[in-house]
Design a protein around this ligand. Structure first.
Ligand code: ADP
Ligand code: MG
Length: 705
């Protein structure tokens, strides 16, 4: 055993590696962000190739590498049109078969496949639509095949053109990594996972895994190495989050009292409808948290329209009955105002004092509100991120509700915690369902409640895809709907890079609509981000009161806005929106008893991705399904503002394909912490040392969700 107080060799600057002079060091830093030994060791291969043997098709499916197989080819055919045109063929040996697909070089492949004899196929099997296939394999007639072997089982690395001119191609990188394994001893690869965990989950040691991920002798090596490293990555994230959560549950928090006058008075006399069972269940969960004696940190997930607001409101009444103030924060001025209008109306019946505070509340009015808050005269304050400011102080803040949380950064949220001596209970609500794996990873330290039931009587929204050629139809349809007494949203994209163009599109659209739907029969309004808050509000109000029938808008109306009589959502240039945004926009309709429609207008040419988004929207109303597809298309980094909140930055694990490992890792983390919450046992020493080193490197944002 080496001295445990050795400094960590992984942070040694890369120029201290044999074979890396100052020039190469600069390249490695600039091109690949490799600064240290550790960075180089964690520069994992992007692909493996195995020319050392022939695989059977049965084994090929799990190989996860570029490998060679021999067999016969049949069923050669050309399918699809345009860009989707492809040649497919069936490749078979004694153990099974797999589909081969070519999008390019179709003619060449077709000619080659005329030979009715065995072929050698080289490529990587992947699963697409639950079918095994190989895209663009290399093929050769077996009889003329010459094994390019000798290369055996090899890892390949991405490098840049610049690096290649200095000898740092894939091979060059492999050499450097090899040198590193010579320069470092095995002990210098500190094991961070406890021995019993390695045994229980049959995980390789850190040293072996890091070595074999770069230099595997065979598929098993490669797979064992990858599994260990994925497990480690996911386990450490889970451990950090669960640890925070368990510690928080041990610390003292605000204790709510029994339900009293306000809650009961409202619930028994003024609740406008019966709660759904899901709403009741979630309220019980919240009730239990706030009586537990420690701080609540709960994520409430519920699809658009599932009725999160009333859950929030009843929770707020629990706080008020217990003698506390509450805060409700929304991501936009419009939404905050709408919450304020709805809620203050309901609250006036039971004598709860509600106030509104955003950036646009100024001067004397603002001073007065701040004063009353501090004196405890205001029970509930509703507003935007202006509520985070230090000048906003409370007498006794007991509950913070954050609506549509993905608009807020984690650091912003954390500031709210500090507004009371004991941290207030926190309820975070989101309408964009997050896939379970992502929720476990991002919000592993929050308890999760799900509203999985829509209020009764809702008709599913019908979603239709139309192009410019159908414009007249769409206009006709709009007229018909207005005649039936409904209201319509038309939304235009607004992206900062081409703001001028977008603004012009919006204005052109507004003009076209105004010409098509002449006054006085139709009244049209427009809302966009460049308007003053008071103007926006006035337009929104008119629409809410059904004084205007058509609202032309940008995505400022994306979240939360609730106008049950609006039953048609037309999204222009919808190919320019992300999936979750489309789903959010669609959620603005379907809120009343009428059949609602969402019309996705697009150009004629769509990218593969654009097509998939539109198709998904047309096919399903289920926010969870949509979020899965979104995750698939965009990757977790793009979802839910994870970028701004510190990012997941997973190096090796994949949240879509590694669900099983994630679940194992989470369970393991729980079990470990149950036994040793503060990581004080000798067996967990490596883990503790590793986490301390990590915390020093980057600030631990997982703590403050
Ligand atoms: P979201 O979860 O998207 O925030 P809201 O809270 O805005 O949804 O609720 C959507 C609509 O459904 C509102 O008009 C609300 O009054 C209504 N609603 C909520 N819960 C119920 C219920 N249990 N029964 C009937 N209508 C309900
Ligand atoms: Mg809402």
């Amino acid at each position: 055993m080496g001295n445990i107080f050795n400094t960590n060799s992984f942070i040694t600057p890369i120029e201290f590696l044999k074979g890396v002079g100052p020039d190469r060091a600069v390249l490695l830093r600039k091109e690949l962000e490799i600064f240290t030994f550790g960075d180089l060791i964690k520069y994992f291969p992007y692909r493996y190739i195995d020319r050392s043997k022939f695989y059977s098709i049965r084994d090929a499916v799990d190989a996860n590498a570029f490998i060679q197989m021999k067999g016969n080819i049949s069923k050669v055919q050309i399918v699809g049109l345009g860009r989707a045109k492809r040649l497919t063929a069936l490749f078979t040996d004694e153990t099974g078969s797999v589909e081969l697909v070519w999008f390019n070089g179709i003619k060449w492949v077709e000619e080659l496949l005329v030979h009715k004899e065995p072929f050698v196929v080289f490529g990587k099997v992947s699963i697409f639509n639950q079918k095994a296939n190989i895209t663009h394999p290399e093929i050769e007639v077996l009889s003329s095949f010459q094994n390019k072997a000798n290369s055996g089982f090899r890892a390949l690395y991405n490098t840049s053109d610049k690096m290649k001119t200095r000898g740092l191609d894939s091979k060059g990188m492999a050499k450097l990594i090899h040198a590193l394994f010579i320069q470092l001893t095995e002990e210098q690869f500190y094991e961070n996972l406890p021995q019993n965990l390695l045994e229980n989950y049959r995980l390789w040691s850190r040293y072996l895994a890091l070595k074999k991920i770069h230099f595997p002798d065979n598929i098993e090596d490669q797979q064992n190495a990858i599994r260990r490293l994925k497990f480690e990555e996911l386990f450490l994230i889970q451990l950090g989050m669960i640890k925070n959560k368990l510690i928080r549950k041990k610390e003292n928090g605000i204790l709510f009292g029994p339900l009293a006058e306000k809650f009961n008075g409202f619930y028994n006399n003024f609740l406008p409808f019966n709660l759904t069972n899901a709403q009741k269940r979630v309220l019980k969960e919240i009730r239990k948290d706030t009586l537990s004696g420690s701080q609540m940190n709960r994520l409430l997930q519920g699809d658009v329209g599932s009725g999160k607001t009333i859950v929030a409101l009843l929770s707020i009444l629990m706080a008020i009955d217990s003698g506390f103030q509450a805060l409700l924060m929304a991501p936009t001025e419009i939404l905050a105002k709408q919450h304020f209008d709805d809620i203050s109306k309901m609250m006036s019946f039971i004598g709860v004092k509600v106030a509104f505070l955003t950036g646009s509340v100024k001067g004397k009015a603002r001073t007065e509100i701040l004063h009353q808050l501090k004196e405890g005269e205001i029970n509930l304050i509703i507003g935007t991120h202006a509520l985070i400011e230090d000048t906003v102080q409370f007498l006794k803040l007991g509950l913070v509700v954050i609506d549509e949380q993905h608009r807020f950064g984690v650091a912003q949220r954390a500031k709210l915690w500090l507004k009371n001596e004991l941290p207030p209970h926190v309820l975070v609500m989101t309408a964009t369902p997050i896939p379970r794996t992502l929720a476990m990873t991002l919000y592993g330290d929050l308890d999760v409640s799900i509203l999985d039931e829509l209020p009764p009587g809702r008709k599913p929204i019908t979603t239709i895809h139309k192009t410019e050629a159908h414009r007249l139809h769409v206009l006709g349809f709009m007229k018909e709907q207005i005649r039936l007494g409904r209201q319509i949203y038309i939304v235009y994209p607004l992206i900062v890079e081409s703001e001028k163009m977008d603004m012009k599109n919006l204005m052109d659209g507004f003009e076209q609509i105004s010409n098509t739907f002449p006054l006085p029969e139709y009244k049209i309004c427009i809302v966009h981000g460049k308007m003053k808050p008071s103007e926006k509000e006035a337009e929104m109000d008119r629409f809410v009161r059904n004084e205007t029938q058509i609202m032309v808008a940008t995505t400022v109306i994306e979240v939360g806005v609730n106008v049950p009589n609006a039953s048609v959502m037309i999204i222009e240039n919808s190919e320019r929106f992300g999936l979750s945004q489309l789903h959010q926009l669609r959620g603005r309709v379907g809120r009343g008893a009428e059949q609602s429609f969402c019309i996705l207008m697009t150009g004629n040419k769509l990218t593969q991705e654009g097509k998939k988004r539109v198709k998904t929207m047309v096919e399903t109303n289920d926010g969870f399904k949509i979020s899965e597809v979104d995750l698939e298309i965009r990757g977790p980094g793009e979802l839910q503002g994870t970028r701004q909140s510190g990012g997941l930055n997973l190096k090796i694990a994949n949240l879509i394909t590694d669900v099983k490992i994630l679940e194992e890792a989470r369970k393991a983390a729980f079990l470990l912490l149950e036994e040793d919450l503060l990581l004080e046992k000798p067996i967990n020493f490596g883990l503790k040392r590793y986490l301390n080193a990590e915390t020093n490197e980057k600030n631990n944002w997982g703590k403050i969700s």
